[in-house]
Design a protein around this ligand. Sequence first.
Ligand code: ZN
Length: 343
Amino acid sequence: MSLADSVQLLVDFLRKGKGNTTLLTGAGISVDSGIRAYRGPGGTYTIRKHRPIFYGEFIQDEAMRRRFLGYPPVRRAESNPTHYAMAALQKMGYLSSLITQNVDGLHHRAYSDDLSLYLSPPSVKPTEAPDAPLPPLDPAILELHGTLRHAHCLSCHTPVGRDSFQDRLSELNPAWHEFQKEVELGKREEKLNPDGDIELGPGVRYEDFQVPACDQCGGPMKPRVIFFGESLEPLTRRHSEHFVSSASQLLVAGSSLATFSAYRLVRQMKEQGGPVGLINVGESRADPIVDWRVGWEGGAGDIFPEAVRELLKDEKRPDVKAEVERMLKAGKVRKVPPGPAAS
Ligand SMILES: [Zn+2]
């Protein structure tokens, strides 16, 4: 299918379900922001140079050490034109909600310049009571697998901003901090051992790594990300089901739907009788059940911005029009640097 035909298919789909479409995104959307997509048997993971981390390993502090080194590239990553185009669809009222499997926060960054929106942890602790009301999400972006933007206490669930958490890790681990800065400046290279561990330099020992304790209760802190082998937060699961049940159709982009938590949302939409469209490079688990699919032949970065340009012709509100025009000029493409093959 040509790019023009793909764009037209997307535009028609969005017009038909205006205001009632849920968009589900995956790692493919962040590749143009320089974040490498990792696929594993349990799903998709988006930290550069790191193999998927299992929850059990985290408890041994292993994952935290790797994450300390893996966070800075994500902290610096910027939203690309596809993130901005999707934010523009939200501003123009085409989407009722956006559900992402990505943990990089780049949908939030594209939606608003307000960095406090991006970096502030939620002010309330998650309540997992099955009948608790769903907290309002503004913007309506649900991070299905959690987020690297915040950390929280595993015991009392008190949240902290991820940047301040990273700074505390740096203070507690000055040798690691130096090592990480040298890696970033290109003075030292991170090397991956066959077992997936990063090879560290002299004076940087795994066993010396210190993890800060919770201010409130002394419990262990962890980035608010769902690790492999861990299930979704119950509240997040309910929220995702609610977003799908209150929509009339589902659009999937940049995901092979390898994780069941994402695939089941496609099944949910099909069971409630709504159409599902899919835009993805390569095959996906949902190919046999979706109503249409586009293989992104025209290039990942083109379909969504082109569709937004087309839909913008219908936009009558001058303020929205101006904001969307600004968004269409924003966004940088950063190619993924060469590195070891994904596990
Ligand atoms: Zn605590």
